[in-house]
Write a protein that binds this ligand. Structure first.
Ligand SMILES: C[S@@+](CC[C@H](N)C(=O)[O-])C[C@H]1O[C@@H](n2cnc3c(N)ncnc32)[C@H](O)[C@@H]1O
Length: 422
């Protein structure tokens, strides 16, 4: 008979292996990796994989004194899973140790390490867990962030990554106070609503009627900066899955939502249908697409390293090594040039990325202004309710996970508003 609780742990361990050994992201692997499991098991698998990756660095510190040399990655991952289940999830030690030993034993490649896993998991000093620092970012990313923001800020960013992300909603009608009262959340100063306890999204009032959508408070800022008006022709360039498209469409603007990925574009269409909003959906490469006429305003949420979203995607630092980032920087510059060409004289362009790297924010704007003498920065557009003046720099608005430290933080984002000469 199958052992209870083994299936989600097995699935989680496989997922962790695909991330750490093959450089794949959980978002690419799920939901297919869990399709054979029950809904409860799926949720448990996803939580175990996510939390093990979030806490892997601290687990390694706890495990270090008990390991003479670093074991092979599949064995190390089984040890990490066991430690995190006991230390973070509060699972009973005997069940966790038995399960991890079984998982290691059932794989031919790791079977010989079953004794080691058993001995080490029984010996680790769980009482030390809370005395250890938050998980550190890997060197390739930490170095770049320390150079940009300094050691102390990076330590605070790491603490925010460890704390995880709350769930934020964007109200369709813009009334955050009313939505907060309806879902028992808190209205944030920037206009989003933050949920308190872990909530089941589809059970919240207003889900079926599409009165709101899930969107991090930081991710909701760029469309507010663009401030589309009813009847304006607005392009959402790189639109999928569509959080910002919904915000733009809710203003009454005539929105075109464009993305290169047909599969991701389908999610934009679904989201529009659920919320009863409308936009023209275009699947195309932004670099080739010819618009029927210039736009009054464009929101460019360019593809990026996504290093601003690590608190909700702790797999990212394990899957990446920064090697593909330079190609993204070049694509961002090309997209800015393309967007500038699609804008009418006097039109406005919001450029944003969910990144913590200046190369994908401040540097892009500085270089775009040098390439396009007809573009100027509009810093006033960034001064919105809830945005602290100190967050606005010479090139744009810099949001980081360590801001709003006592209120649950926010994703890392860069937002700039550029105006084209009339
Ligand atoms: C950061 S995501 C956009 C998130 C979206 N704006 C939202 O708020 O839900 C970047 C998107 O850029 C799209 N993309 C990448 N290269 C593109 C290109 N050359 N043309 C159009 N879209 C592209 C990707 O498919 C991806 O959906």
């Amino acid at each position: 008979m199958a052992r209870p609780g083994l299936a989600p742990r097995r699935a989680a361990l496989r997922l962790i292996g695909r991330v750490t050994e093959d450089g794949r992201l959980l978002s690419e692997l799920l939901p297919r990796a869990v399709e054979q499991l029950s809904p409860d098991e799926r949720a448990r698998t996803q939580r175990l994989a996510t939390e093990t990756l979030r806490w892997a660095d601290r687990a390694d510190r706890l495990l270090g004194p008990h390991l003479r040399k670093k074991p092979a990655m599949p064995v190390l991952n089984a040890l990490r899973l066991g430690v995190v289940e006991m230390a973070v999830e509060g699972a009973a030690a005997h069940g966790v140790v038995d399960a991890c030993v079984s998982l290691v034993r059932e794989d031919r490649k790791t079977a010989s390490a079953a004794g080691l896993v058993n001995a080490v998991l029984r010996r680790v000093e769980l009482a030390k867990w809370d005395t250890l620092p938050p998980p550190r970012l890997p060197k390739w990313l930490r170095g770049a962030l320390v150079a940009a923001w300094g050691k102390e800020t990076v330590a605070r960013i790491e603490a925010a990554h460890a704390a995880g992300a709350p769930l934020d909603l964007t109200p369709k009608d813009g009334d955050a106070a009313a939505l907060a009262a309806r879902v028992a959340g808190t209205a944030l100063p920037t206009g989003s609503v933050r949920l308190g306890a872990r909530a089941q999204i589809s059970a919240l009032p207003g889900y079926d009627s599409g009165d709101w959508w899930v969107q991090d408070a930081a991710a909701a800022v760029p469309a507010r900066v663009l401030a589309a008006r009813p009847g304006e022709r607005v392009l959402d360039l790189c639109a999928a899955p569509g959080g910002k498209t919904l915000q733009l469409a809710a203003t009454g603007a005539e929105v075109t939502a464009l993305d290169i990925s047909a599969a991701r574009m389908a999610r934009v269409t679904e989201n529009l249908a659920r919320t009863g909003l409308s936009a023209d959906a275009v699947t195309a490469d932004a670099l080739d697409w010819e618009p029927p006429a210039p736009f009054d305003a464009i929101l460019l949420d360019a593809p990026c390293s996504a290093t601003g979203t690590i608190r909700r995607h702790p797999d990212l630092p394990h899957a990446k090594d920064g090697g593909d980032f330079p190609a993204l920087f070049a694509l961002q510059a090309a997209l800015i040039d393309r967007a500038a060409a699609m804008l009418r004289p006097g039109g406005r362009l919001v450029f944003c990325t969910c990144s913590l790297l200046p190369d994908e924010g401040e540097v892009q704007v500085e270089e775009a202004l040098a390439r396009h003498p007809d573009l100027t920065l509009d810093a006033d557009a960034l001064r919105l309710p809830g945005i602290e003046p100190a967050w606005i720099g010479a090139e744009g608005l810099r949001l980081r996970p360590d801001l709003w430290e006592d209120a649950g933080g926010l994703d890392g984002f860069f937002v700039a508003m550029l105006r084209k000469a009339a």
